[in-house]
Design a protein around this ligand. Structure first.
Ligand SMILES: *[C@@H]1O[C@H](CO)[C@@H](O)[C@H](O)[C@H]1NC(C)=O
Ligand SMILES: *[C@@H]1O[C@H](CO)[C@@H](O)[C@H](O)[C@H]1NC(C)=O
Ligand SMILES: *[C@@H]1O[C@H](CO)[C@@H](O)[C@H](O)[C@H]1NC(C)=O
Ligand SMILES: *[C@@H]1O[C@H](CO)[C@@H](O)[C@H](O)[C@H]1NC(C)=O
Ligand SMILES: *[C@@H]1O[C@H](CO)[C@@H](O)[C@H](O)[C@H]1NC(C)=O
Ligand SMILES: *[C@@H]1O[C@H](CO)[C@@H](O)[C@H](O)[C@H]1NC(C)=O
Ligand SMILES: *[C@@H]1O[C@H](CO)[C@@H](O)[C@H](O)[C@H]1NC(C)=O
Length: 406
């Protein structure tokens, strides 16, 4: 654990982690990938509804705090398995990025940006920047396990030639072009291709090329089990990050005076319910207007920071909470949490079903000081990463890969 680097403070580091975790997720969960060296499959994803139903039931499961929680508190589900698979992925995974030149009329949406991305959808840009610098890239497509579709949904939205209403046609034209210029798309109907998008519009932009939606791997922030555009276990969840400037915030667990904190706009029934129950509470502070103090001050002064579903299940608040050493309380039913296959979220967050909003204070007050300290030290663990930690971070696909190569 030498060279510790704070991945959220240093967004490139974060991009690396997001990128690695996501690649890990893709390589672990995609059946295609498991067989990619042996055969070319044509995917026909008819959803198994009973399987999806089980997933939804899992997201309803409440976190139970009891003695076991303290004893079994690793932030990983299975650290050793992960380390082994990570190493294997790090050694062998190869990705081909469709090449575009600076003079391409759409280079602004196809190439990685040469500045530090900011704002609400920065994860998308960081992912591409980091991927392109990584050793996973191959220039030889015949060597590739995966193919990256490099268009940026966030940048297409703001391109006056395209705009929100033109994205579906752009994607159609893009896929038409690559499937005519290269053989790779047709070989799998896109099942070994992926794209990355953080803005929610990305999820609905694939309707004119249904193969992108049903076959390609969609790496999106808006990863809700409840929307048909997102297909769990084929698609992957990308954490939403709003890069925050500034030095090392104060992580002290003891100095936090507020039990719970939320700030945001009143744009969903879930938030209305939060307001209705906790709008005047003296322990849980819920703000829908201007804050008296800065957002940062509130986050470092609170033990628990609420992430409450708005228009979408995802916001940057979970990562904000982790960054400021506050334990995220996730109130967003059906949210496929980022890296949930690797990280055991219940060891560094509290997941509360929308139905249980009336019990919120009871749930938070029911967490003992000892349990709180364990959660908070785990928050700091997932917040930090280091070169030494990467091997622990990536790997289960390869157990399967090796099983199938027999
Ligand atoms: C996909 O699979 C379903 C069920 O096996 C089948 O009814 C359907 O025709 C298939 N679709 C395609 C495009 O092959
Ligand atoms: C659907 O998923 C359930 C639960 O994972 C499994 O028991 C069942 O066999 C699956 N059905 C099909 C048709 O794959
Ligand atoms: C696809 O190729 C055509 C012809 O070269 C070009 O006009 C069009 O802009 C391309 N589409 C995209 C999305 O790059
Ligand atoms: C891929 O399939 C499409 C549609 O069938 C076809 O128009 C195109 O020529 C094919 N691409 C290649 C490279 O053969
Ligand atoms: C909070 O208290 C004020 C003043 O007593 C009252 O007008 C308001 O309706 C209360 N709000 C909620 C959400 O209970
Ligand atoms: C996380 O990083 C901070 C700042 O570099 C350091 O003070 C802290 O000890 C680290 N925590 C863990 C759990 O590694
Ligand atoms: C991953 O592979 C790169 C390039 O071979 C190497 O520099 C790096 O140390 C590896 N990382 C781990 C954690 O194995």
């Amino acid at each position: 654990m030498a060279s510790v680097m704070m991945f959220i403070l240093i967004p490139i580091g974060l991009g690396v982690v997001s990128c690695l975790f996501t690649l890990f997720y893709i390589s672990f969960t995609s059946n295609f990938f498991i067989h990619s060296h042996q055969t070319h499959l044509t995917f026909n994803s008819t959803l198994n509804i009973s399987f999806v139903g089980n997933l939804i039931i899992q997201t309803h499961t409440h976190v139970q705090f009891n003695g076991n929680h303290v004893n079994d508190n690793d932030v990983f589900h299975d650290r050793d398995a992960f380390v082994d698979n990570y190493k294997e992925m790090n050694r062998s995974l190869k990705i081909y990025v469709y090449p575009h030149q600076k003079d391409d009329p759409f280079s602004n949406v196809l190439l990685a940006v040469d500045f530090e991305p900011g704002g609400n959808y920065a994860s998308e840009s960081y992912f591409k920047k980091v991927l392109k610098m990584s050793h996973f890239i191959t220039r030889d497509p015949s060597n590739a396990d995966l193919f990256f579709l490099p268009f940026s949904i966030a940048r297409l939205r703001h391109d006056p030639r395209v705009g929100i209403n033109g994205i579906k046609d752009f994607i159609k034209s893009y896929i038409f072009n690559i499937s005519n210029e290269y053989p790779y798309w047709n070989l799998t109907n896109g099942a070994d291709h992926f794209y990355v998008a953080c803005h929610s519009i990305g999820r609905f932009s694939m309707e004119k090329v249904v193969d992108v939606k049903i076959n390609a791997i969609q790496v999106v922030c808006t990863s809700s089990y409840f929307v048909s555009a997102y297909i769990p276990h084929k698609d992957a969840s990308l954490p939403q990050i709003w890069p925050r400037p500034g030095g090392n915030p104060n992580f002290a667990p003891y100095k936090r005076k507020k039990l719970g904190f939320f700030a945001g706009s009143l744009n969903s029934p879930v938030r209305e319910k939060l307001l209705e129950w906790w709008g005047n509470d003296s322990d849980i502070f819920v703000h829908f207007g201007r804050l008296d103090r800065s957002y940062t001050e509130e986050l470092v002064d609170s033990k628990f920071c609420l992430h409450v579903k708005g228009y979408e299940v995802n916001t940057a608040r979970i990562v904000d909470a982790l960054f400021y050493g506050c334990i995220p309380v996730i109130i967003a039913n059906h949210y496929d949490l980022p890296f949930a296959d690797i990280l055991d979220w219940k060891h560094f967050s509290v997941i509360v079903a929308t139905l249980d909003i009336p019990l919120l204070k009871k749930i938070l007050q029911g967490i003992t000081q000892q349990e709180y300290l364990v959660l908070q030290s785990n928050v700091l663990k997932v917040r930090n990463t280091s070169s030494g930690m990467f091997p622990q971070l990536i790997l289960m696909p390869f157990i399967w890969l090796c099983m199938s190569c027999g």
